[in-house]
Ligand binder design. Structure first.
Ligand SMILES: Cc1ncc(COP(=O)(O)O)c(C=O)c1O
Length: 404
């Protein structure tokens, strides 16, 4: 059993008053809140050992380097990567995906095919479209059904010897669907295709084991799991990371430079050009420690209770339609009420101190599938409560009354 009131004390922002009301933060799928432990580490870094890493002989630089590399090892252990150099620090999920997409430019041929799913965030669509433009390869899409689940028989039919890459998110940010990535990875590997899993939405709820999954690339952003913005990671199997060319050129990623020829550093530095987000990387590691101290099994169980409770309450509201009713679902609820524009509902809820997201959630193909401009999205984390859901339901009913 989680002691939620105790946990809430770790998050100073949850004491905020917004528009005269206590904040209810239900926009966790966009970004999670930051516990004091992580805030303290950021303050400590800039107060005590801010220095550039990997290049200094002085003490501060060595302290910063040690803390940064320790964070890499924490992340390696958390995801159960075989080697710490298989963890590349990036600025986030989007950056990680672009790194891989850019690398495949020199590995794909015109006749190759790559597969994405209909449930993707734009950041797991656009870089692959750009890759197709560069290489001439074609993009195929795994369709979804009305519940917001991927149609696996259609996926099976898309796979063939020309399939080189498959990209799918672990959890859909717009609908909360948990995708059967084990199945997708196994089937893709049978035709020799590599798989990249976008873990932006799964990392706050699930502890993935990249070796057990046998996934080729797994990416996420720290800010979705109680860490800071502007930092994330790419896990890649060592063989793949060695095959991919560097993403950006600059300091840190080289072995030797002359005007005739430059050779590249070994992993992970080959992909980490320039001064990284040092403090962010260290804080990412601490965020992972924090999440593990609560326990991912506890988190998943409690958030599932919140999901079921909120779904039940929302379904009682006349005219409310939930989009995304997959059997395997995380604590994200997308909905509309009658013909009311989601933006109007979101604006009125904000006046009552409740933060939800409205719009297409960077997943326009999903909105097109349902033929809607967008949804209201409430997404819960382990620090939310049933009492907050009750307040939200009352506020939502008020908003609906005002707008009908
Ligand atoms: C499924 C999914 N993929 C990718 C992203 C992009 O993450 P970031 O903006 O941190 O790069 C998000 C962000 O919401 C997401 O939900």
């Amino acid at each position: 059993m989680l002691d939620i009131q105790h946990i809430r004390k770790d998050f100073p922002i949850l004491n905020r008053i917004v528009n005269g009301k206590p904040l209810i933060y239900f926009d966790n799928a966009a970004t999670s809140q930051t516990p004091q432990h992580v805030i303290d580490v950021i303050v400590d870094y800039y107060s005590n050992y801010n220095a550039n890493i990997h290049r200094g002989v002085h003490s501060l630089s060595q302290e910063a380097t040690d803390a940064y590399e320790q964070a890499r090892i924490k992340i390696q252990k958390h995801f159960n990567a075989k080697e710490s150099h298989e963890i590349i620090f990036t600025s986030g999920t989007t950056d990680s995906i672009n790194l891989v997409a850019n690398g495949f430019s020199s590995l794909l041929k015109r006749e190759d095919e790559i597969i994405v799913s209909a449930l993707e965030h734009h950041s797991n669509i656009v870089p692959w479209q750009m890759l197709c433009e560069r290489t001439g390869a074609s993009l195929k899409v795994i369709p979804m059904n009305e519940n917001g689940e991927l149609m696996l028989s259609a996926f099976d039919a898309l796979l063939n010897d020309s399939t080189k890459l498959v990209f799918v998110n672990h959890i859909s940010n717009a609908l909360g669907t948990i995708n059967p990535i084990e199945y997708i990875i196994e089937k893709a590997h049978k035709v020799g295709a590599a798989v990249l899993v976008d873990g932006a939405q799964s990392c706050p709820h699930i502890k993935p084991d990249v070796q057990a999954l046998d996934v080729d690339f797994y990416v996420c952003s720290a800010h979705k799991l109680c860490g800071p913005t502007g930092v994330g990671m790419l896990y890649g199997k060592e063989d793949w990371l060695n095959k991919l060319p560097p993403y950006q050129g600059g300091g840190e990623m080289i072995a030797e430079v002359s005007f005739e020829k430059t050779t590249y550093a070994s992993l992970p530095h080959k992909f980490e050009a320039g001064t990284p987000n040092i403090c962010g990387g260290i804080a990412f590691g601490v965020a992972i420690d924090y999440m593990n101290s609560i326990g991912f099994d506890n988190i998943a169980k409690y958030e599932h209770e919140l999901l079921e409770y909120a779904t039940e309450q929302l379904q009682k509201i006349e005219g409310l339609k939930i989009y995304g009713t997959a059997k395997e679902k995380t604590s994200v609820i997308s909905f509309n009420v009658g013909n009311i524009h989601p933006y109007d509902i979101g604006t009125i809820l904000d006046k009552m101190g409740i933060a939800v997201r409205t719009g297409h959630h960077c997943a326009q193909p999903i909105m097109d599938f349902y033929n809607i401009p967008g949804t209201v999205r409430a997404s819960f984390m382990f620090y939310n409560t049933k009492k907050e859901i009750d307040t939200f339901i009352v506020a939502l009913k008020k908003a609906v009354m005002m707008l009908s």
